[in-house]
Ligand binder design. Structure first.
Ligand code: 13P
Length: 251
């Protein structure tokens, strides 16, 4: 049995005041014990969130990391060992906003994924196709290539202590959710690709769906066989909505 994971990606949102409010609201929520819950605040607020949620059920992750685990001369970056020191347990790797807007390459994604694991962080590897790619019928090729880049470089074993998130770019922040069937098709293809290399790793791998997940759409998505939870953007900034999504993962 794969334990569902619901992860809230706060992206570039929040001030100290609004983050304090959100922490307080999250502390009031009761999360289903069978669901793992994590939030990914902006780097500036990681320490605040770790302190605010101390000893609670919610894990804290970072949205990005340096390509190395060790501290060093790399202005503006955060070594994965520093993220661990700050209290992070997970890190997003290869989010489409970083791949597409900031030009992050597969090569950088691979190095960040490896650096996360060296430091003991769980990387959440984000994959997804653009609208043009979907319309061209290239979804499974694009997602497959993004996944293969990591498997080829780091071995399929690297996925034993990682999470994959399928986030179709056209569904991110657009209010346009993939249908449960559309998402399931890609999730099944991801798991089959991993299974070709290692069936055991594949059956234990948690594959999250991301892209306009809301409380209203969560239960149906999470009911699909290969969808093991969600990576939630906008809706994770609202504690009630986020709590409802977490409960949907527990049903
Ligand atoms: P939205 O839920 O706002 O569409 O964002 C999804 C996402 O990119 C999470 O990483």
């Amino acid at each position: 049995m794969r334990r569902p994971l619901v992860a809230g990606n706060w992206k570039m949102h929040g001030t100290r005041a609004s983050v304090a409010e959100l922490i307080e609201e999250l502390r009031q929520l009761e999360f289903p014990a069978e669901v793992e819950v994590a939030v990914f605040p902006g780097s500036l607020h990681i320490a605040q969130v770790v302190a605010g949620l101390a000893a609670g059920a919610v894990k804290v992750g970072a949205q990005n990391c340096a390509v190395q685990a060790e501290q060093g001369a790399l202005t503006g970056e955060l070594a994965t060992s520093q993220l661990v020191d700050a209290g992070c347990e997970l890190v997003l790797v290869g989010h489409s906003e970083r791949r597409l807007i900031l030009g992050e390459s597969d090569e950088a994604v691979i190095r960040k994924f490896a650096a996360a694991q060296v430091a003991g962080l769980v990387p959440v590897l984000c994959l997804g196709e653009t609208r043009e790619q979907r319309e061209a019928g290239a979804t499974l090729d694009v997602v497959g290539a993004q996944l293969a880049a990591v498997i080829d470089a780091l071995g399929v074993e690297s996925l034993a202590k990682a999470v994959v998130a399928y986030e179709p770019v056209w569904a991110i922040g657009t209010g346009l959710t993939a249908t449960p069937e559309q998402a399931q098709q890609v999730h099944a293809a991801i798991r089959a690709q991993v299974a070709q290399a290692d069936a055991e790793v594949a059956s234990g791998l948690r594959i999250l769906y991301g892209g306009s997940v809301k409380a209203a759409s969560a239960a149906e998505l999470f009911g699909m066989q290969d969808i093991d939870g969600g990576l939630v953007g906008g809706a994770s900034l609202n504690a009630d909505e986020f709590g409802a999504i977490c409960r949907a993962a527990g049903n």
